[in-house]
Design a protein around this ligand. Structure first.
Ligand SMILES: NC(=O)c1ccc[n+]([C@@H]2O[C@H](COP(=O)([O-])OP(=O)(O)OC[C@H]3O[C@@H](n4cnc5c(N)ncnc54)[C@H](O)[C@@H]3O)[C@@H](O)[C@H]2O)c1
Length: 667
């Protein structure tokens, strides 16, 4: 039996490995669309076989054709290695450079069965967020990383390693692109086709960039959102005790809502039609109470209000029932939202009211047109019930799940008087944009490559201390954000969110990110902790152009441009990132967003210190500059403040125009 290191160095094995049985306990990726013509299928097989010697072609051609017919893709299951895949400590990888070893660690984490959604198909999350298209790409990339020097760069095209090219010590070790296509060929079916041909992939955000850290990231982001949603409606000094947050969905991302509600200190009512999803979250301890009867729900909520309880309640049933019943019962909802999967409304993302879960699933398969009508009818009822509550003072926001978009398409009453905008704003327009991104706060994260929980504890302590020091001199505008982040990091361990690598997420602005990273680098130099990988979610200040999400609070007409994301990845790459990535798709769908990220290894050296200062500064301030040019007040404040501190920074500032001057120009 070869060791892990020997197998990695081997790349594609010299002898054809035996065909494998598919593991019975694996969560298999859904069968993809059968979209290729017979001629194109031949091309897909020809493409797949170019990874292997001719002698194997006859046998593999038949097997790959079977995979293509059966699953719509060629995953090359036979080549999945036999060793366990998980984030081993950095010292366990065969490597000439610790930067490459760090990247291997992050790849291993993204494919760890405890972390990844469909590990056999190399999918980390979101149903289609791929790290690689097939196992041959995985084997080659690991081999390239194991053999490369720190004067080479590995260029990866949608999972495929094009190869190692000579570069320099200061260049990134890996450049990743995922799903980059000519804009005219960026419709969902184009992706289906290119992916089936084996020439492109959907990297989501942190899947294809090796930066996924499990549910922790989503819990923190949701907590920030829920806390700030309450702040929008509470008067100074008031807290969210005994106040109600009503929402729906206990799935992949939505399942974080009750946990976030508990951290924010409110009463969360979260409806979920799928009893299995609700029970899973209950058993995981992510929601406190399970109730499947609406009368009991009303009683329990009233009781929680009377006793000032912080509690999260899952209602197993349709969320529309709750919105309607709370109206007739006159239960005041302070904050309302929805996280059903309305980005896929016709295939089970959103369930119609008054029809059982089983019957709905039958309709999806057997009578899709009837199902669609029922969904649209429900959306109209849903919006009407929400409107009744907002008329009484409820604050409702769209959670980036296309609720308002689909409700409007169903003819529901959700349009603003101008008939262009929606009545309600999205979470980025109202909350994350102005309160976080415009000031530079975003989901910074780090991974302790020693794999030791003690290292993570030390980094938590360092980060808390740094933030505390910064907060003492913070301007009023960002004091609350600083306080939230200090509270989060102090409780981070208690929330027990680590799955896979020893990782932590923390919303921080440019100053916070740079100072925390410097302090980590010093601790590494002093031998207190092992090397640390820095990174972030792409759902951030600068890395992502996405008109209905990250850049939905850009109002100068530029939200459909993607210059910011492209500048970011280029700018990060020559300022010291260890690896960079740029993706088409991610979160809101193929063709709808361009998003990028980075990874950076801190090894305690002076060079690492110079890199982190230069790159983290740009990685945040690029987006603030763009948000400021779009006339966002908070970003204008933040970039002016940064220019005062950093004389070398000269950003073009907008001149504001009086409304009166424009009013009569074109009448
Ligand atoms: N959490 C975030 O930060 C965030 C950010 C942006 C967008 N989103 C969006 O939120 C949505 C949810 O994501 P997810 O990963 O949780 O999806 P998911 O499909 O795993 O979960 C959605 C859940 O909603 C339930 N559901 C559907 N219709 C319902 C109804 N009428 N009443 C009650 N429950 C119902 C489903 O059974 C499912 O379990 C997606 O559209 C996603 O893009 C989330």
């Amino acid at each position: 039996m070869m060791t892990f290191q020997e197998q990695v160095l081997l790349g594609i094995p010299a002898n054809l490995p035996a065909k494998k049985e598919y593991p019975t306990d694996a969560n298999r990726a859904p069968k993809r669309k059968d979209i290729l013509s017979n001629e194109e299928k031949q091309l897909a097989i020809r493409n797949a076989l170019r990874y292997f010697p001719k002698e194997w072609h006859r046998e593999l051609a038949i097997e790959f054709a079977e995979e293509l017919n059966e699953y719509g893709r060629i995953y090359m299951y036979r080549f999945k290695p036999d060793y366990a895949i998980y984030a081993r400590p950095i010292s366990e990888y065969p490597a000439n450079t610790s930067q490459a070893a760090a990247i291997m660690l992050m790849i291993q984490n993204n494919l760890d069965p405890a972390v990844a959604q469909h590990p056999e198909e190399l999918i980390t999350y979101g149903g289609n967020g791929a790290v690689f298209q097939n196992w041959a790409q995985y084997l080659l990339v690991m081999q390239y990383l194991a053999t490369m020097t720190n004067e080479q760069t590995l260029h990866m095209y949608s999972g495929h390693p094009m190869g190692l090219f000579p570069s320099s010590k200061n260049a990134p070790r890996v450049i990743v692109t995922n799903g980059m296509v000519i804009p005219n060929y960026s419709k969902p079916d184009d992706w289906e086709k290119f992916n089936a041909l084996g020439v492109s992939q959907y990297g989501q955000m942190t899947a294809g960039s090796f930066m996924y850290i499990g549910p922790q990231g989503i819990v923190h982001g949701t907590t920030i959102t829920v806390m700030n949603a309450f702040r929008k409606i509470l008067s100074k000094g008031e807290n969210s005790n005994a106040k109600i947050f009503l929402t729906a969905g206990l799935g992949g991302m939505s399942g974080a809502q009750p946990k976030a509600g508990n951290i924010a200190g409110c009463i969360t009512v979260c409806a979920e039609v799928n009893p299995k999803a609700a029970t899973k979250r209950y058993e995981q301890g992510w929601v406190d109470v399970l109730i499947d009867n609406i009368d009991d729900l009303v009683k329990r909520v009233k009781q929680a209000k009377e006793s000032d309880e912080v509690v999260s309640i899952a209602y197993i049933g349709n969320v529309v029932e709750v919105w309607e019943r709370f109206d007739t019962e006159d239960i005041f909802i302070h904050v309302g939202s929805d996280q059903t999967s309305l980005h896929i409304p016709w295939t089970g993302g959103y369930y119609p009211v008054d029809i059982s879960y089983e019957e709905s699933n039958r309709l999806i398969r057997e009578e899709p047109e009837v199902f669609k009508e029922k969904v649209q009818e429900t959306l109209r009822r849903h919006a009407t019930a929400v409107n009744k509550h907002t008329a009484k003072g409820t604050y409702f926001f769209d959670y980036g799940n296309a609720f308002l978009l689909e409700a409007s398409r169903a003819g529901a009453d959700v349009m603003a008087p101008n008939n262009i905008d929606f009545k309600y704003s999205s979470y980025v327009q109202d909350i994350l944009g102005p309160m976080c991104f415009d000031y530079g706060f975003g989901p910074f994260r780090w991974v302790c490559t020693s794999g030791k929980p003690e290292d993570l504890d030390i980094t938590d302590g360092i980060a808390a201390k740094v933030l505390q020091e910064i907060m003492e001199n913070s301007p009023e505008e960002i004091k609350l954000q600083m306080q939230d982040n200090i509270t989060w990091i102090k409780d981070a361990k208690k929330n027990k969110m680590v799955v896979g690598s020893q990782a932590r997420i923390l919303y921080a602005d440019a100053e916070g990110r740079v100072k925390i990273a410097e302090a980590f680098n010093n601790a590494i130099a002093a031998g207190k902790i092992g090397p640390v990988v820095l990174g972030r979610d792409h759902h951030d200040v600068s890395g992502t152009d996405s008109p209905y999400r990250e850049t939905s609070n850009i109002y100068d007409g530029s939200k459909f441009t993607a210059d910011m994301a492209i500048h970011n990845v280029i700018g990060d790459s020559f300022r010291g990132a260890t690896w960079v990535s740029i993706h088409n798709g991610g979160g809101v769908g193929w063709g709808e967003v361009i998003n990028g990220g980075f990874g950076m290894l801190l090894d305690g050296t002076k060079e690492a210190e110079a890199r982190l200062r230069s790159m983290l500064f740009y990685d945040v301030n690029n987006g603030i500059a763009r948000r400021s040019w779009a006339r966002n007040d908070e970003a204008i404040f933040a970039i002016k403040r940064e220019m005062e501190r950093t004389p070398n920074l000269k950003v073009t500032l907008p001149n504001l125009v009086e409304d009166d001057l424009l009013k009569d120009l074109f009448n």
